[in-house]
Design a protein around this ligand. Structure first.
Ligand code: EAX
Length: 337
């Protein structure tokens, strides 16, 4: 007797009927309801393989795993869904589900976080990460829901440096007169004007073309962005000014977040933490190896920037930042050890 019929003949009496029922249902296309699946759209403006892209893929892998495939996300890199301001607006409207963005344009949506964009506010990466992961940073994330956004975590863009096609920048006075593309960020622009720069706010997707055509003389961005965006192809001078630490954020829409169970909210939080760790590791790697790579690609690098000349130039803007954000809040961030 073939094994199968032997097995069937020995099944408990009612099982053959159940099997028959399942086979019939399947045959009639009444298969058990497939698990409902959601595929979220996650956008960012940087190239594949960049520090944002590494973090985006880790996030999507983690929520897929953590929800047993019920919730997945699709990464849209390289400004496929628009510039950062557009993407943040789309997440706020609910037409995009998630974005990894620098804080650049975000102060226009959540004014309370503009303080983190103050030039020379953070001493180094360790200081910035401690502030953002600590009470000060977490309290700022709690401001987002009242502005129609949910901030899952602080991620990282990096310390910003100046590039241009006119001349090496050693002192702040060397930057004077340069037309530099900036983010759409008033805190940055106020500081850069004090260096004598002519700030030209522009969405990131337009930057490479503007540099190539000479619409602007230069721009400023972290090493990971300069590397990923291949700015060495259109910029001659890199000066390690480190004039601003640029945080990033993982934002989602309340339309997505408020539908999640508590368990899935925890999955999102854990996925965001792993995403940030991956992004920060990529930033560390790019900081360690990127400058040599950019020199190899032909950029002339000024390492001995006179940082004091830039800080001294900021006396005016700092008075205005203290007035806008509260001198005690600026001091509290600087005091974190
Ligand atoms: O967020 O716009 C910028 O210069 C940002 O640093 C870049 O898009 C990465």
């Amino acid at each position: 007797m073939p094994a199968t019929s032997h097995v069937l003949a020995n099944l408990p009496s009612k099982l053959p009927a159940l099997l028959l029922g399942a086979v019939t249902a399947a045959a009639l296309g009444l298969a058990a309801p497939a698990q409902a699946q959601t595929v979220l759209k996650l956008g960012h403006v940087l190239a594949k393989g960049s520090h944002y892209d590494v973090g985006a893929h880790v996030f999507c892998e983690e929520i897929d795993k953590g929800t047993q495939g019920r919730i997945k996300c699709q990464v849209y890199p390289a400004s496929a869904l628009g510039g950062e301001r557009e993407e943040v607006e789309a997440v706020q409207l609910g037409t995009q589900d998630l974005v990894i963005t620098s804080t650049g344009p975000v102060g226009n949506f959540v004014p309370e976080i503009k303080i983190v964009d103050v030039p020379f506010l953070f001493r180094d990466y360790d200081h910035a990460r401690k502030v953002l992961d600590g009470k000060i940073g977490q309290d700022l994330l709690a401001k987002f829901p009242s502005h129609g956004l949910v901030a899952l975590a602080w991620s990282e863009n990096g310390f910003r440096h100046m590039t241009n096609n006119k001349r090496p920048i050693v002192n702040a006075s060397d930057a004077a007169g340069l037309k530099l593309r900036t983010m759409e960020n008033k805190v940055h622009m106020e500081g850069y004007r004090a260096f004598g720069i002519l700030p030209t706010p522009m969405a990131f997707p337009e930057v490479f073309g503007a540099l190539q055509q000479g619409v602007v003389d230069g721009q400023e961005n972290p090493i990971p962005v300069i590397l990923a965006s291949k700015f060495s192809q259109v910029q001659k001078h890199l000066s390690l000014t480190g004039h601003v630490y640029s945080p990033a954020l993982i934002l989602t829409s309340p339309r997505v977040y408020n539908k999640l169970s508590d368990a899935d909210k925890k999955v999102f939080a854990d996925a965001a933490a792993k995403s940030v760790a991956a992004t920060r590791k990529k930033v560390n790697d790019d900081e360690a190896n990127g400058i040599a790579q950019l020199e190899k690609d032909g950029m002339q690098v000024v390492r001995n920037v006179n940082s004091a000349s830039f800080r001294d130039a900021l006396k005016g803007p700092y008075a205005s930042y203290a007035k806008e954000f509260g001198a005690e809040r600026v001091a509290a961030i600087q005091a974190v050890k």
